[in-house]
Design a binder for this molecule. Sequence first.
Ligand code: ZN
Length: 513
Amino acid sequence: MIQMAGKFYITTAIPYVNAAPHIGHALEFVQTDAIARYHSSKGMDVALVTGSDENSLKNVQAAEAKGITTAQLCEQNGAVFRSLADKIGLSYTSFLKTSIKAEHWAGVQNLWALCSKSGDIYKKKYRGLYCVGCEAYYEESELVDGLCPEHRKKPEVVEEENYFFKLSKYQSVLEELIASDKLEVLPETRKNEVLSFIRGGLQDFSISRSVKRAKGWGVPVPGDESQIMYVWFDALSTYITGIGYGKDEKLFKKYWPADAHVIGKGILRFHAVYWPAMLLSAGLQPPKSVFVHGYITVEGQKMSKSLGNIVDPLMLIDKYGADVLRYYFLREIPTFDDGDFSEKSMAEKNDSELVANIGNLVNRAMVFLANNYDSTVPHAELGDGDKKFLAEQDERHKKITALLDEMKLKEAMDELMAYSANANKYFQDSAPWKSIKESREKAAPPLYVLANQVKDLGILLSFCMPNASEGIFTQLAIEKKSWSDLGKLSIKAGHRIGAPKILFKKLAVAKKQ
Ligand SMILES: [Zn+2]
């Protein structure tokens, strides 16, 4: 049996499928996947759950507007999200659709029953301000000019009898959990935001809707057919049902608690306050961390239908390939903050970094080996300069590892580019094209070192650009290597490499003037 270095469980948020995916979804998929692949490469047993949140009133309304059934809408739009997940390389272990009863409902209803058993669910008449876009009630004081802060829409006044969850009971427990980092909220600014929300006093929240208002769509409340579960209670539960809760207790116990929930800043409160409270109520452990990314603007402007600047990530993948988009999101968008997307800037970065830095290094080394050493890694005695360079690179990849352990993706990418640039400089300084004129032995050390550097780049690219990483291993004609092979001179003299192949294509940005 293969010895695993423990388990790692990560999730994306479960997007509503009332509209098509935009690049914000793509960003979240890429960030989540990068963290997951890194842990896989370290030998961990990784579970990644994603899916689609289908039981919301928004979907019912979107289906009505299109003149189709809600089930049809979920089927059609869910398939687009799944296609995005597949094409962008999201390495999910479960894509959970919340409207599929057999996959999800027993687990959610079980969670409800346990919260109820703890005395945390009660029924009361309620009147409140409801934003359908957020599927959430707002306090008057939380509105901005009377509008929902997320959707800039006036919430509706809703009055009915619903079930409530005793969130107020968990105030001090939640405060301690987050302040002590037992539930780590990243970044620090978001942690402080949650703490101040908790310290401001927690209100019990409604966790059901009348069947009438939900239009009969959603998970029924156990033992009360007049009520449907509130979509957030249902959607958050995906994080446990996606790993078998309610179906496969052994699988669930293997992966829970989640190591990280990756989410956008707009749904922080649901994940860092409501969700852990629900879990504690049911006697389950809270997640270990909540990773909060920002929003993406397009050429400096917020994406909106009216501006017509919603960028379709599927179109970008078809046009440029997944790796370029993945690279741009991880390298150019601050990991925990808002960032900007522009197609032009992506193409420029592709040319100046992927092509000119990484692609150039791999290609030069491979072509030199092919042309001068009959595609065979030469035997070499390393000099002080080679050893010094290798020691520097060791420091760099250790730094990348440390940054990835903290999920600091952008910083890790910056370091990765510096790693590759340093290898290019070493190639340049060693100038094997000069020493080869004297003898093949004389030029051998840098080529032996570079063959192994290319292998290490293959490992380092595995979390961010899986296709390029695979392309490197194919060219080197070796099996895929894992993170623990970094820094090892595991490609030995005498190994025959494959045919050199261009790793990244220039996107030929037309330069004005
Ligand atoms: Zn809203």
